[in-house]
Design a protein around this ligand. Structure first.
Ligand code: DX5
Ligand code: ZN
Length: 241
């Protein structure tokens, strides 16, 4: 097994340092029959990988679980950011940790948020919380001090290659304002319909981690696509300094 990325979160350090940004390619849009080769295409240009876990209950689709995470861990030391679209994520957190997940993100809509965050912390996982498009920011606000990463969905979860819902962008600004007010270091992540144009919009509102599935793995050159999205996001961030 390849050694996993260092679990900096276990020591209370931020997932991304101030001023850093990441593109996290989502393997959902990759060729599942050739995952190791697909991951190798982007491993030279980013060290994060987004793993979409769907349980067929919380969302109407099924994808991968711990056995697949274990398999891809044998091929890469990248940071595995596991997005758990599951009704009962608590049942699986330890299993994901044991096979090499670095962080897990649970949906605020499934409830038990405080307990799930505590369990992820106890396991040494990065602690992520996800907010669906129809869920108001206020549902996540009470938990911001417990998390390392807040994921604002900009599509309805369940499928790749959907259109970016711009109405969700103000939640990023709300999260950034709350984090500033409360002196919290939370990585703001955005997921759904991210490409060069929408990454720039999300970056302006405070996003620093950009999940991109189809824009990366359906591109003729996935590495170049990552670099382009990174550059598009970096523009508004550097201008704001
Ligand atoms: C959707 C997933 C996303 C998906 C994004 O439920 O959470 O991570 O892979 O795909 P694109 O980038 O194609 O919208
Ligand atoms: Zn996702």
């Amino acid at each position: 097994m390849v050694e996993a990325a260092k679990p900096t979160h276990a020591f209370g350090l931020p997932l991304l340092a101030e001023g850093e940004l990441r593109v996290a390619p989502s393997i959902l849009s990759a060729d599942f029959g050739a995952l190791a080769a697909e991951i190798a295409k982007v491993a030279g240009v980013t060290d994060w990988l987004h793993v979409d876990v769907m349980d067929g209950h919380f969302v109407p689709n099924l994808t991968v679980g711990p056995p697949v995470v274990a398999s891809i861990r044998r091929h890469t030391g990248m940071f595995f950011d596991c997005h758990l679209m599951m009704t009962d994520p608590g049942e699986y957190l330890e299993a994901f940790r044991d096979v090499g997940a670095n962080s897990c993100s649970v949906h605020v809509e499934v409830g038990e948020t405080g307990a799930l965050c505590a369990e992820m912390r106890r396991l040494g996982l990065g602690v992520g919380l996800v907010v669906n498009p129809e869920t108001p920011y206020e549902a996540a606000a009470p938990y911001l001090h417990l998390v390392d990463l807040l994921l604002i969905m900009t599509v309805h979860p369940g499928f790749g290659n959907q259109s970016f819902i711009a109405d969700c962008v103000p939640k990023l600004s709300q999260a950034r304002a709350q984090a500033e007010r409360e002196g919290l270091h939370v990585t703001l992540q955005v997921d759904g319909g991210i490409d060069e144009r929408t990454a720039s919009v999300a970056a302006l509102a405070g996003a620093r981690c950009f999940v991109a599935g189809s824009a990366v793995f359906r591109a003729s050159d996935p590495a170049e696509a990552v670099l382009r999205i990174h550059a598009a996001a970096y523009g508004p961030i550097s201008a704001g300094r």
